[in-house]
Design a protein around this ligand. Structure first.
Ligand SMILES: Cc1ncc(COP(=O)(O)O)c(C=O)c1O
Length: 371
């Protein structure tokens, strides 16, 4: 154990081998389609600078981010990979995209026109993807813009179109009719447009079957262990654990309250462990009085409000040796799955992961080390 591991208030351990195993599983599921990796928001909070080289070494050659600055991180971590930025083409950024070999996902005809103009000025066709909105009403060319493109395909002159893409609104809801509707709209659009590759499925979409795979799948959350099939057992491996240090254990003998707002009241003898994690670490405040941690293999309830740097846990049910100052408790990990923590917090695994804070001491396993 390093000094930092010993000193650290909380330790985030990322198993890059599990990320790679999850990507490999999805790659095999979508073959012969290509499997990309969505690594926006710093690889969903787990660290793009670590995740990207591991996936690249495993054979992943296409990465999606949301923003240009994120694309630069991927470009540095995987110099020969294809990098696409989902957030479009910010005004005046064309030269930055070209200079760093980043492909914009063009989200409206204004961006298509700007890319075309820049390509003409450069005297060469420039690669890009185009996002079609099939029902999310968020990003992508809407029905009118699609019609305009179908009527005048010269919009695409000078654009080296690598991919048409769209995004599912309800992929994780197996009963929802929306995915089939979007599939129909995407197919109808592709039938009218110049031929290029197509990309449709996110993590959950991959599990809808081959008709959703097209040429390029774009999984994100499943790579990081979030269940892409919430209606059934999680087919993915857990990839991270988060442990935090017990700072104090105190015994309360008579009726008293715990923490801010005196929000938790104990009536009789109670043992409270104070643990070094809080909302400043992205440990969601909505877990106040609702969440659990695992102490020596036993679930113990978070009591009182989560504060900036601390949480309080009722460890009355545990033997003294299990909860000792200096020891670690499991906040997320094999006993407390990301999706379970998310459900307790009233949110989704994506938010739990992307909230993981900068103060954690981060430890990355080497996916290629002998097991
Ligand atoms: C356009 C797009 N494609 C793919 C993904 C990956 O989705 P998921 O994390 O559900 O696999 C996202 C994530 O939000 C997205 O916005």
């Amino acid at each position: 154990m390093t000094d930092l591991n010993r000193r650290a208030a909380a330790i985030l351990t990322v198993d890059l081998g599990a990320v790679v195993a999850n990507w490999t599983q999805l790659r095999d599921r979508v073959a012969p389609a290509e499997c990309a990796a969505v690594v926006k928001a710093d690889a969903y909070g787990l660290g793009a600078a670590h995740v990207v080289p591991a996936l690249r070494a495993a054979g992943c050659s296409t990465f999606f981010v949301a923003q240009f600055e994120e694309a630069l991180v991927v470009r540095a971590a995987a110099p020969d990979a294809r990098v696409l930025s989902l957030g479009g083409l910010p005004q005046g950024s064309e030269a930055d995209f070209v200079g760093n070999r980043i492909w914009p996902v063009l989200n409206h005809l204004g961006e298509v026109a700007a890319w075309r103009r820049f390509a003409h000025a450069q005297g060469k066709a420039l690669p890009a993807a185009i996002h079609l909105d099939t029902g999310m009403n968020r990003l992508g060319l809407g029905p009118d813009e699609l019609d305009a493109l179908v009527r005048a395909p010269e919009w695409l002159d000078g654009i080296d179109l690598r991919c048409w893409m769209t995004h599912l609104a309800c992929a994780d809801e197996i009963e929802s009719p929306v995915s089939a509707q979007q599939l129909g709209r995407f197919r109808a659009a592709l039938a009218q447009l110049p031929t290029a590759k197509a990309s449709f499925a996110n993590s959950s979409g991959i599990f809808h079957g081959p008709s959703f795979h097209f040429d390029l799948a774009r999984p994100g959350c499943a790579l990081y262990g979030v269940n892409p099939t919430p209606h059934t057992a999680n087919p993915m491996r857990g990839v991270m654990r988060l442990d935090a240090r017990i700072l104090q254990v105190r015994s309360i003998d008579s009726p008293a309250t715990v923490g801010y707002g005196a929000a938790h009241r104990v009536e009789g003898p109670t043992k409270i462990a104070t643990i070094a994690v809080g909302y400043a670490d992205g440990y969601l405040r909505s877990l106040s009085g609702r969440g659990h941690v695992h102490v020596d293999g036993v679930a113990a309830p978070i009591v009182g409000r989560i504060s900036m740097d601390l949480i309080t846990v009722d460890v009355s049910g545990l033997p003294d040796h299990a909860a000792q100052p200096g020891g670690l408790v499991e906040l997320i990990g094999p006993n407390r799955l990301v999706d379970t923590v998310a459900a307790e917090a009233g949110t989704i695994g994506y938010e739990v992961l992307t909230s993981l804070g900068p103060r954690y001491h981060r430890v990355y396993s080497d996916p290629y080390a002998p097991q």
